[in-house]
Each structure stands twice: as structure tokens, then as C-alpha cells.
Ligand binder design. Sequence first.
Ligand SMILES: [Ca+2]
Length: 180
Amino acid sequence: MRGAAGVGVAALAAALLSGCNPTADNDSSAVSITAVFQGSDDVVGIFSDVVNDDGTVSDDFFDITVESIPKAGTDPGDFYTVEFEGVQIVYTRPDGKNEPGVDVPFPLTYALGGFVEPGGDTDINTLVVSKEMKLQPPLRNLWFSNQRIFATVNLRIFGHDRVENSVSADASAVVLFEDI
Ligand SMILES: [Ca+2]
């Protein structure tokens, strides 16, 4: 997303995430990392079917690309390979109604393995909408209806380099929840 609206959402996401940030310090490592949902150069639409035709629910996974950027412009070496620890998912809505379990799904944090070398990038298939989210309001309320919810998924991937500096990156995308 670009432009004023994108900045606004990013600022909102940053404000919401600051209260429960699982990482302490992004500044100490010799690398920083970025994360984007694939295809998200412009507005990305993620579609989430809240219930299958047979009444079961499925986890929804989407790909993100994580890139490592050496701060000094040169390869700082293997000590600065970033090893991932986990992912945090927080949903927000453009109308400002953000109460978990009422307006948006509850936040989700889970462990994730893998790594990215200095200057490298990696694609990761990440869980974005869990079965549990679909079994609870507000997504449960959309089952077999023609209602829909637009939200923004704010994904944070966090980990550490091999000298124990915390590193994280944020990605966001627009999500449309409905019974497709
Ligand atoms: Ca469906």
C-alpha cells in the first residue's frame, strides 16, 4: 500500500504492536530485515473463506518474502544471519473498530523456524488466518451469510542474529473475510 492511507495504517499498526512487541531492539544488529506479502507492491487483497462448503474450517497460509539488508552495505558475515523465532498476527479495521473477538479476530503468535543470510532473502509460507479464528466471532458470524469484513493483517516476523541482537520486520495486507 502506498500514499497517505498506507502510512496511516502503518502508523496504527505500529501503535498497536508497540504494546506487545516480542522483540526488544532492532538497532544493534549489523543487518535489518524487511518483510512483504508477495505481490504487495500495491494493494494486496487476501481472500479468506471463513467456512468450507461442508461446514469445516481450514487454516489459510500466505507467502511473505523476508529480505536481509546489511546496514553498512557490505556483507557483515555469518554472525549476522538472522534466525527466525516466530510470527505475530494482529488484525485492525479501517473503521477503527478493533476489539478482538468482536470486530476482529484475536491476535495470534506462533513459533517459526528458518533463517536469512546477510544480504539474502527467503520466501516463507506463513499462517495468517487460523482455524480457531474462524470458529470464533466475528468470523464465525459470517458463516453461510453474505456479510463480509475488511481488515488489515499486520504481520510481524521476529528473531535474532547469531550474536543475539533482536531483529524484526513488519508486513501488512488487506484481508477480505467472507463465505466464498
Ligand atoms: Ca465457503
